[in-house]
Design a protein around this ligand. Sequence first.
Ligand SMILES: O=C(O)C(=O)C[C@]1(C(=O)O)C=C[C@@H](O)C=C1
Length: 325
Amino acid sequence: MTVASSGQPIAVLFLGPEGTYSHQAALQQFGDQSNTKFVATDSIPECLERLENDCNIDYAVVPFENSTNGQVIFTYDLLRDRMVRQSEGVNRVVPELEVLDEQYVSVTHCLVASSALDLESLSKYKRIKIYSHPQVWGQVDKYLQNLQYRCPGTVIERLDTPSTSDAVKRTVQVESQSGEILSLAIASNTAAKVYNAHIIDQAINDKQGNTTRFLVFRKRCATAVQLRDSRTKVSLLTFTIKHDDPRSLVDVLATFKNYPVNICSMSSRPLREEPKGKKWQYIYFLEYYCESNEMEWDAFYREISGSCSLWCLWGTFARNGLYYS
Ligand SMILES: O=C(O)C(=O)C[C@]1(C(=O)O)C=C[C@@H](O)C=C1
């Protein structure tokens, strides 16, 4: 049994309700451990806020990126906001939360209805409301275009919900379906089962092998993270540059060239330090790994400190074997 430092069983937050892909990620990460309490939240921000503020919570599992649709911007922006908020007067921000692991969940979306329906009958409706999490639209765009093509006289609307499972919940609870308007959801078959809903089409994602990557957070503490067995240890670093120095971004990246470190991903989000900040300034997200035993980490981070305006190391964690599948 895994117990928290308080001696209590561990409590793990995920974007609920039950049946979301985040729930699957949390089960994949902690499910084989008895006495783990899985706690559903209403939103991704709530996962990190409660982890920071509720001493009864030990971990939070949040989506980070999808192989078809890219960044889960909600999570990226939560990291950005935390780095900026905790930065007062320092160059290196040590965040209150840290990443200790990653998980990969195979995401196979289904078209779900509250009752058994024939796909061919959809064209008879005047309006079809499709509910899902905003991150899903970019994973099923071609499918929905094709559906519209097959239902030329139907207005097909996309409606955002806090999660895919919540979309199914709304669809089954929605005002009684009139003859002209139909409500559907896009979610996993697990979510459909949870709400006794009907799958009317499956594997509707545009790309087979569609996968979402999740990060596992805990409160930063003195105890070292226990890394799963893996040769590759990945670090996640966020930074801002000295915006008025035209060489600044290159200077940061040059540090990586001087050490045996491989950058495996780089992306950015608007810095959005309104109202005092300028437009068109960015926070960068870098992931990198080092397989050398000769790495001089102190010197490396000293150089990073010198070239970045602000930076934050969110954690170093073992590459999950599912990354390669
Ligand atoms: O809505 C869910 O089921 C979630 O767990 C969220 C989420 C995401 O934000 O990326 C997770 C995986 C899928 O890519 C779609 C939605």
